[in-house]
Design a protein around this ligand. Structure first.
Ligand SMILES: [Mg+2]
Length: 168
């Protein structure tokens, strides 16, 4: 059993590109790589992402896979690791249980890995990420790339995330 970092994808690991449909358009934030290399040694690294573009018919599953794969390959090419990527592909109006801030994808992660909940974190740039964390009883670290306010902890980038985690 070990703790997990549940990472949002768009706006957290890569520059948000709405309904991103290709690896060329997927631009990674440079500050994620060194911290994720260190964090991958102690934590499961699990990406949880809302991708309603699939449900809306704007992007295909193949395009979603291409972007997800780019994120994984970039992180793993720089010494980190991605254990799993869980996606909600529904539209908001589908009222599914997996679209953040709902917690079904967290439940799925907990049934797939032996995770120490108490020492885990959700890391994301959006209120939805922080609300999901709170709904599930996990601490949330808000990436403030957009200068937002809500969250248990705040970090301007992943170096600050590493400091926050090492300091808790
Ligand atoms: Mg985001």
């Amino acid at each position: 059993m070990k703790p997990a970092l549940f990472l949002d994808r768009d706006g957290t690991l890569n520059v948000d590109c709405p309904y991103c449909n290709s690896s060329e358009k997927t631009i990674m934030y440079d500050d994620i790589f060194v911290p994720l290399e260190e964090l991958s040694k102690k934590y499961y690294i699990i990406i949880i992402t809302n991708q309603s573009g699939v449900g809306k018919g704007i992007i295909t599953m193949a395009q979603l896979d291409e972007v997800n794969n780019k994120v994984k390959v970039e992180i793993e090419g720089r010494g980190g690791r991605v254990d799993a990527i869980f996606c909600c592909i529904h539209k908001p109006e589908d009222k599914c249980e997996c679209r953040k801030p709902n917690t079904k994808l967290l439940s799925l992660a907990f049934s797939s890995f032996s995770i120490d909940r108490e020492h885990s974190f959700v890391i994301g740039d959006d209120d939805k990420d922080m609300v999901m964390a709170r709904n599930f009883g996990i601490r949330g670290i808000r990436i403030r790339r957009k200068g937002d306010e809500n969250g248990d902890y705040f970090a301007q980038d992943f170096y600050k995330v590493l400091e926050v985690i090492n300091g808790t």
